[in-house]
Design a protein around this ligand. Structure first.
Ligand code: FE2
Ligand code: FE2
Length: 297
């Protein structure tokens, strides 16, 4: 399968495009910085020169470079030093995460609780992605967090584009059996995966993120980004259970299709060390007050 995304029904497309001022996924500075970061010749000073025009991004890059993950013996005070310490790849992920979080929190939704619930679920999925990536040594460097944060972005977009039918299509129960996508397709003419992927692609997001958005309900798919897709899918299943029960309870990892896909791709730990990993995820990773805060963006 490719990440050539399908086109949404005109009515939904127009509803979003009409509000494109409020729905820009990448502000101008972020866009310019991401483009620059792709250039192998790009130097830290040049990159920092672009970032410093956006105070919020500049502050986030500085504070991350001084966080526990990166802090060396001495704190960095200049943006250029911060970019050197983090590396362009991390800076790039930070820009994507920060831009996505800002947009998710400013989307023009009629019902505020919808945003809150989807935001919490997205943030929890992102945290589980990061935990699994680290504990299974999958080698992602921040991309997994951004993918987790964005995986259900299409649900927010559907709530904006079709507020009158959204609740019929998505009950926000987080009980995601096989019918959830077909119900969306039936009522809205598209599902949240295809709609989110179309929008992300339209906004120039990297192909790996578009693929994770599009295929997180199909983790068995063979795809150049299959590891990221399986990781997001596995984390999504766990975050869904937490959203419903707030504890591990009788969580059955055998029903987690993403976990099976990860095992096939050489990462069987979630299936094998299920007790310790599930305990850690439900007891620590998700039981963190940070999940309920909205200060990321
Ligand atoms: Fe989803
Ligand atoms: Fe989800």
């Amino acid at each position: 399968m490719t990440v050539e995304t399908c086109s949404p029904p005109d009515k939904l497309k127009q509803a979003l495009l009409k509000r494109s001022d409020e729905l820009s996924m990448l502000p101008a500075v972020a866009s310019e910085a991401l483009e620059l970061a792709q250039d192998p010749e790009c130097v830290a000073a040049e990159f920092a020169g672009v970032i410093e025009r956006d105070v919020k991004l500049a502050t986030e890059i500085l504070s991350m470079s001084n966080s526990v993950y990166f802090a060396a013996s001495s704190p960095v005070a200049s943006l250029r030093q911060a970019v050197v310490r983090l590396g362009l790849k991390q800076c790039r992920n930070l820009i994507l995460t920060s831009s996505a979080a800002s947009l998710m929190k400013s989307m023009p939704l009629e019902q505020e609780w919808v945003r809150e619930v989807i935001w919490q679920h997205s943030f929890r999925t992102a945290k589980v992605c990061s935990y699994l990536n680290k504990s299974m040594r999958m080698g992602f460097e921040g991309e997994e967090f951004t993918a987790g944060l964005l995986h259900d972005f299409g649900r927010l977009l559907l709530a904006v584009a079709a507020p009158e039918s959204f609740s019929k299509a998505d009950s926000l129960s987080f009980d995601e059996g096989g019918e959830c996508l077909s119900r969306e397709n039936e009522i809205l003419g598209i599902d949240h995966c295809a709609f989110g992927a179309w929008f992300a692609s339209h906004n120039g997001l990297p192909r790996s993120l578009v693929a994770a958005i599009e295929l997180h309900h199909l983790p068995e798919t063979h795809h150049p980004n299959e590891k990221l897709i399986a990781l997001v899918s596995a984390a999504d299943s766990i975050a869904n259970h937490f959203q419903r029960f707030e504890e591990a309870g009788d969580y059955d990892v055998g029903l987690n299709r993403g976990a099976h896909a990860l095992a096939k791709l050489g990462h069987p730990q979630l299936l094998k060390d299920v007790d310790s990993m599930v305990e850690k995820i439900f007891g620590e990773v998700l039981n963190d007050s940070e999940c309920d805060e909205t200060d990321l963006g």
